[in-house]
Design a protein around this ligand. Structure first.
Ligand SMILES: O=C(O)CCC(=O)C(=O)O
Ligand SMILES: [Fe+2]
Length: 280
C-alpha cells in the first residue's frame, strides 16, 4: 500500500545553462520563456554606478520592510506569495512610490528589459503586460535582501507552486503550466557566497505533496535534494540571471566584508500563445 510517508525520489532533469559577459539579448530571454534553456547568466550586464545608486536607494528607502510570511528577508515592493489577489494588488499600488524611489531619476534597467521584450514580442504578435485587475496592477519589480542564517540565505524552493495555487482572480493559473521565468538583477553582492544554486530537478505536484510544499514550493529539505546534482551560479554586482523557476533553486549563505546581497526580482511567463504576463 502506498502511504504518504513513501519517499518520493526526485527525478533528474538536465540543466541547460548559458553563462557569458556582456549585453543581454532578447532572443535569449525568449529562449528561456519557451523552455529551451534553464538559466542565463550575464556577467557585468548593467552599470556598476547605477548598481551602487540603487543599493543606496534601497538602504534609505522609507518603504523598506521585514518580510512576515515565513521567508526571512527585507524588501521594498510587493510579493504575491501566499496573498489573495486583492491583498497583492492593494500592496502593489501602495508600495509603487517606494519601488519608483529605488531608481529615482536613474534609468531603471528592469523596465528597460521589460520594454525591449515587449517590443520584440509585439513584432511576433504576442502581447506582454503586467498582471492586473480592477483593484490594481503589479509593479515591474521588487527589491529583496535575503536574511536566512542557516546553510541558505534563501532555502531551496520552486517559483511555480505559488503560481499554480494563486486564486482565479490573479489570471496566473495558465502561466504555471508553462515556463515561469524568474528575472534577477543584482545591484550588490557580498564578497563571498550568495550563489544562486540550481538543482537538476523540476518538481511535479506529486513531488510537492510528498514534501508538504504543495501550495508554497518552499522549502525543500536537504535530505530530499541529497541525490540531485546542482550547479552554482556565482554572482557579482551588475550581473543578471534568468532561470526557469520550475527548477529547485536557493541562495547560499553569504560571508565576507558585510556588503549586502541585493536583488531586483520579477517573474513572467506565457498565459496564452499570444499573451505573456509579468508580476512580482
Ligand atoms: O536571490 C536570488 O538569487 C533568487 C531569488 C529567488 O529565487 C526568488 O525570489 O524566488
Ligand atoms: Fe525563487
Amino acid at each position: 500500500m502506498m502511504t504518504s510517508q513513501m519517499t518520493q525520489v526526485p527525478a533528474i532533469s538536465p540543466l541547460v545553462i548559458r553563462e557569458r559577459t556582456g549585453t543581454i539579448s532578447i532572443t535569449e530571454v525568449i529562449s528561456l520563456l519557451k523552455g529551451e534553456i534553464t538559466a542565463l547568466h550575464i556577467k557585468r550586464a548593467f552599470d556598476l554606478e547605477l548598481a551602487k545608486e540603487i543599493t543606496e536607494n534601497f538602504a534609505h528607502n522609507p518603504g523598506l520592510k521585514e518580510r512576515k510570511d515565513g521567508v526571512p528577508g527585507q524588501y521594498v515592493g510587493a510579493s504575491h506569495y501566499r496573498k489573495t489577489a486583492a491583498a497583492y494588488f492593494a500592496e502593489a499600488e501602495s508600495e509603487r512610490p517606494f519601488v519608483e524611489a529605488l531608481f529615482g531619476k536613474l534609468v531603471d534597467p528592469v523596465r528597460g528589459l521589460f520594454d525591449a521584450l515587449r517590443r520584440e514580442l509585439h513584432h511576433q504578435g504576442i502581447e506582454l503586460r503586467l498582471v492586473g485587475s480592477k483593484r490594481g496592477q503589479a509593479n515591474i519589480c521588487r527589491a529583496i535582501c535575503w536574511s536566512g542564517t542557516g546553510t541558505y540565505a534563501l532555502e531551496p524552493h520552486d517559483d511555480v507552486a505559488q503560481v499554480l495555487c494563486a486564486g482565479k482572480e490573479y489570471d496566473l493559473g495558465a502561466v504555471g503550466k508553462n515556463t515561469v521565468v524568474a528575472l534577477n538583477f543584482y545591484p550588490s553582492m557580498p564578497e563571498e557566497g550568495g550563489n544562486l544554486r540550481l538543482w537538476s530537478h523540476k518538481p511535479t505536484g506529486t513531488d510537492r505533496r510528498s514534501q508538504g510544499v504543495e501550495t508554497t514550493g518552499y522549502p525543500y529539505s536537504t535530505a530530499y535534494l541529497e541525490s540531485v546534482p546542482s550547479h552554482d551560479i556565482v554572482l557579482q554586482a551588475g550581473d543578471i540571471a534568468l532561470i526557469d523557476g520550475g527548477f529547485v533553486h536557493g541562495v547560499t549563505r553569504q560571508s565576507g566584508d558585510g556588503r549586502q546581497r541585493l536583488l531586483l526580482n520579477c517573474f513572467f511567463g506565457f498565459a496564452r500563445p499570444d499573451l505573456v504576463l509579468w508580476w512580482t
